[in-house]
Design a protein. Structure first.
Length: 289
């Protein structure tokens, strides 16, 4: 009995020790599991925060890129529209006047002493125009004036305007040009030759003869109008150039005595004598050969 009692006591003691060790292991596993779960939750939270921050940064980046693209597109549009506006201004105004208008918002009228004015007019354009369809008439005028501009641009001449079938231009403005009269006469000869060639090819039913008048002197030039402004020239020189054109025969270039004195060493000229000019009296005129 004593041995049995001792054996049972020893057995209970060993079982209790095994239970205790197992309990300790379970508690340690539970603590490890809790710690692992806590660490996992913390890691997941950090990863989620990192993911959200990354998404936020990406969103800001995309918005920034979109903003840059929109700004670039807007800038391109502004530059494009500004270019259109500048080209339109240069089609209406001399470059120096256009720059002054852009810089100050206005342009003062200026006096110019040495310029030469050119006036052209088509012969019998009214009667010929009555036989043409309006679209055909406008197309023919446009073809002629387009070539006139190509010629005058070649000689540094400023186109002032077209009035109906008349073309007005001048040299020596806004920059002084000692060859203003020579350049105008050179351009006038090319314009006259172009129209003569066109008339021979198309016939008088489809295009026009031309008269050209030229005079040199002083004038005032500036912007006229506010809403639909234009650059215009005023003064006796302008009126005299118009009289030269009005007293010219078809296919000829009629120049005043003042212009003749400036170009007589450069071109062959035919003296016409004194001709009655409306509002001007008798004036010496010359045809350029």
């Amino acid at each position: 009995m004593e041995y049995q009692t001792n054996a049972q006591a020893l057995k209970d003691s060993l079982f209790s020790q095994d239970n205790k060790e197992q309990l300790i292991r379970l508690e340690m596993q539970d603590q490890y599991g809790r710690q692992h779960l806590t660490d996992s939750l913390k890691t997941e939270a950090r990863e989620r925060i990192s993911t959200l921050q990354l998404q936020k940064q990406r969103t800001y980046t995309y918005l920034g890129l979109l903003g840059i693209l929109l700004l670039a597109a807007f800038s391109f549009f502004i530059v494009k529209e500004r270019g259109k506006s500048e080209r339109l201004l240069l089609n209406i105004l001399p470059s120096e006047v256009a720059q002054e208008l852009k810089s100050t918002g206005s342009s003062k009228a200026k006096h110019f002493d040495d310029v030469t004015v050119l006036f052209t007019d088509f012969v019998n354009s009214t009667s010929i125009g009555e036989q043409m369809e309006p679209e055909v008439l406008l197309e023919e005028l446009n073809e002629c004036f387009k070539t006139f501009e190509e010629i005058t641009n070649k000689y540094g001449i400023e186109k002032i305007k077209t009035v109906g079938d008349g073309y007005h231009a001048l040299a020596g403005l806004p920059k002084a040009d000692p060859r203003h009269a020579e350049n105008i006469v050179m351009a006038a000869k090319e314009i006259s030759a172009f129209m003569a060639d066109r008339l021979s090819k198309l016939g008088k039913e489809h295009t026009f003869g031309i008269r050209i008048g030229v005079h040199s002197g002083s004038l005032v030039a500036g912007i006229v109008g506010v809403k639909k402004f234009q650059y215009d020239i005023m003064g006796d020189t302008v009126n005299t150039a118009a009289r030269m054109e009005q007293n010219c025969e078809a296919g000829k270039i009629n120049i005043s005595e003042k212009t003749y004195e400036l170009v007589k060493d450069k071109f062959s000229c035919e003296y016409r004598g004194e001709v009655e000019a409306k509002g001007k009296g008798m004036m010496k005129m010359y045809y350029v050969g």
